[in-house]
Design a protein around this ligand. Structure first.
Ligand code: NI
Length: 181
């Protein structure tokens, strides 16, 4: 009898943890979909961040609507930087730093060449992939502290929204550059 109760209670625990893992998986899948649709997977509303940058030349990327205003190049690195920040915050990683010195905005171009532009765009893609991996690897244990998990969800949702916020700006900059007043 004792054994049967023990067995039942074990099975019950296993059932709970499977449900937990499934719930976690569906949450993680949703977060990855959000990140991907904001960056490079088909979204219904229009261009996502990568789509908004597609076909931009170094000259277009360097164009400013007014002195002191950010250009597409700078917005691209800004988006890369915040993907890095969110990754660091959700993993709690203490070591390592962003690939560029500084934070938030980086003055560009240092040299206006297609190679330099392509290189900096590559930083954005690499940071997106690194953030994606970090989200995919969030462990069930990271849900233990409720407020920490809520903060993780908030950070990752915000990372997706941030991409789209700047994707819209980049589309507008492209239109302004093509049709200067
Ligand atoms: Ni921003």
């Amino acid at each position: 009898m004792q054994a049967a109760v023990g067995l039942w209670s074990n099975r019950h625990d296993i059932g709970d943890s499977i449900a937990e893992v499934r719930k976690l998986d569906s949450e993680i899948r949703l977060l990855l979909d959000l990140l991907d649709e904001a960056f490079d997977k088909k979204s219904w509303h229009g261009p996502n961040l990568r789509g908004s940058i597609r076909g931009v030349t170094a000259a277009q990327a360097a164009w400013r609507p007014a002195p002191g205003r950010h250009n597409i190049w700078e917005l691209t690195l800004h988006a890369a930087y915040w993907k890095y920040v969110v990754r660091r915050r959700i993993t709690g990683e203490k070591r390592g730093s962003f690939v560029l010195e500084g934070s938030n905005f980086f003055e560009r171009p240092a040299e206006q060449t297609e190679a330099a532009w392509k290189h900096d765009f590559g930083i954005l893609v690499a940071e997106h992939q690194a953030l994606r991996r970090a989200v995919a690897q969030l462990s069930p244990g990271s849900r233990a502290a409720g407020s920490t998990w809520r903060s993780t969800l908030h950070l990752v949702r915000g990372a997706a929204a941030h991409d789209l916020y700047h994707a819209g700006q980049i589309r507008l900059l492209r239109r302004l550059e093509t049709h200067p007043t």
